[in-house]
Design a protein around this ligand. Structure first.
Ligand code: NDP
Ligand code: 2IT
Length: 445
């Protein structure tokens, strides 16, 4: 049995109840065959056994009192995956689906994503099965305070720096930061995505969506094309979806869709982003409201249709894992889709990814395409350490450069390893090499 097959067999046995983690790990391991089979040093140093095992995984109780005075208990997680190239860094997700498999897959992906940014950040992820939907601001605050009352002892500006993800935005980061500061009595850069005026970076809110568009733009430039006149289908209606839409519209594309977990909007004439921001950001409402306001837009309930049924040139899945399946991929390709950029983490199932690659679709995997968020978190950390703040334009220019660099590094790695245009392979290999070298330099720890 080859070294890679052996590692896959080990995780399939040891982590049998963790399907998302196994999916993410297998995708990376498959890409690494070409490197690992050529050099026995990886096997000799037990590199892959160490890479798939988190350095530390913390699971904790989060008790809080709801508005009715009833005690509620959620489960909290922080997986500190890999600190070979820097302090653990990665978001916190609050969603009822959160479990150890999902947090491990996200932490594993984060390790390679952070490496691709070129900044000194290790990989980590955390969160809770708490559902912020339908909760009052006070309930969210009490939950966040309780969550941080345990988490604070495991994190620090040089140890582990969490940020947002699904269900965690500026409001939640604010409540958690307040509690951290009260406990440790220090004002320091322990979280990113902080508010402007208390340590946050300009452009962090926009960064993941903007970064997604910048990497695709760099590819389009290379093939002598641009966004002008292109039709773009986006899934999700949160932070990543909204700011991807904003940037791509500003570059001349028409965004025709967005969605949430209940259904999707199709607005052939082009979405009105101000309406969407009012509904999703200001009112925290359901996306179906959009069709009440724009009568020429169509709302489709999830039970009746998929966001990927819509004809488009470019598809940007920006909601959650495994939201784009093989039948969706076939539909997109038959409708003429030529580019897929993953704003979300692992939104595309493995067979759907392979289908896209086999059909010559330019496919940008999440660990490269959505790295703009964490990269800008890295820039927030630098500003906090230096105790200064850069302008929006400065941060945005650095983000643009980082995304262009990521494109060129995954493009070159794909070519170097004999699979030109396969950015999945390129991203996995380019992300892995730096982490593997650091782990070997630092000995068996
Ligand atoms: P938000 O919470 O702002 O928005 C999430 C969106 O996705 C909502 O529209 C939500 O719908 C939808 N969604 C969530 N879960 C599901 C589901 N199970 N089925 C269908 N739709 C769902 O999160 P973000 O925009 O921040 O995150 C979106 C994705 O991007 C995630 O995969 C995240 O890991 C990834 N990402 C985020 C980064 C960031 O900086 N925020 C950075 C890099 C990646 P609903 O309201 O109905 O739940
Ligand atoms: O998945 C991700 O990269 C994020 N949710 C952002 C992490 C971060 O630390 O900014």
């Amino acid at each position: 049995m080859s070294y890679i097959d052996n590692i896959i067999a080990i995780i399939e046995k040891k982590d049998a109840g963790q399907p998302e983690f196994i999916q993410a790990a297998k995708e990376v391991l498959e890409s690494l065959r070409i490197i690992v089979d050529q050099d026995s040093i990886y096997e000799k140093s037990g590199l892959l056994e160490r890479l798939v095992e988190p350095e530390r995984a913390i699971i904790f109780r989060v008790p809080w009192v709801d508005d009715a005075g009833k005690v509620q208990v959620n489960r909290g997680f922080r997986v500190q995956y890999n600190s070979a190239i820097g302090p653990y860094k990665g978001g916190l997700r609050f969603h009822p689906s959160v479990n150890i498999s999902i947090i491990k897959f996200l932490g594993f992906e984060q390790t390679f994503k952070n490496s691709l940014t070129g900044l000194p950040m290790g990989g980590g992820k955390g969160g809770s099965d708490f559902d912020p939907k339908g909760k009052s601001d006070n309930e969210v605050m009490r939950f966040c305070q309780s969550f941080m009352t345990e988490l604070y002892r495991h994190i620090g500006p040089d140890t582990d720096v969490p940020a947002g993800d699904i269900g965690v935005g500026g409001r939640e980061i604010g409540f958690m930061y307040g509690q951290y500061k009260k406990i440790v009595n220090r004002f320091e850069g322990v979280l990113t995505g902080k508010g402007i005026g208390w340590g946050g970076s300009l452009a962090r809110t926009e960064a993941t969506g903007y970064g997604l568009i910048y990497i695709v733009e760099e590819y389009l430039k290379k093939i002598g094309d641009g966004f002008k006149g292109k039709t773009v289908a986006i899934s999700g209606g949160g932070n990543v979806a909204i700011f991807a839409a904003q940037k791509v519209m500003s570059l001349g594309a028409t965004v025709v869709s967005m969605s949430d977990s209940n259904g999707s909007i199709y607005h052939k004439a082009g979405l009105n982003l101000d309406t969407m921001k009012d509904i999703k950001i200001i009112n925290r409402d359901r996306i179906s409201k959009y069709a009440d306001i724009h009568k020429d837009a169509v709302y489709t309930d999830v039970s009746k249709g998929r966001v990927w049924d819509i004809p488009c040139d470019i598809a940007l899945p920006c909601a959650t894992q495994n939201e784009l399946l093989i039948d969706d991929a076939k539909k997109l390709v038959s409708n003429g889709c030529k580019i897929v950029g993953e704003g979300a983490n692992m939104p595309t199932a493995m067979d759907a990814t392979e289908y896209f690659l086999s059909k010559g679709v330019a496919f940008f995997p999440g660990k490269a395409a959505n790295a703009g968020g964490v990269a800008t978190s890295g820039l927030e950390m630098s500003q906090n350490s230096a105790r200064l703040s850069w302008s929006f334009e400065e941060v945005d220019a650095k983000l643009n450069k980082i995304m262009a660099n990521i494109f060129h590094s995954i493009d070159s790695a794909a070519k170097e390893y004999g699979k030109p245009g396969n950015f999945v392979l390129g991203a996995n290999i380019a992300g892995f090499k730096k982490v593997a070298k650091a782990m070997m330099d630092q000995g068996v720890v």
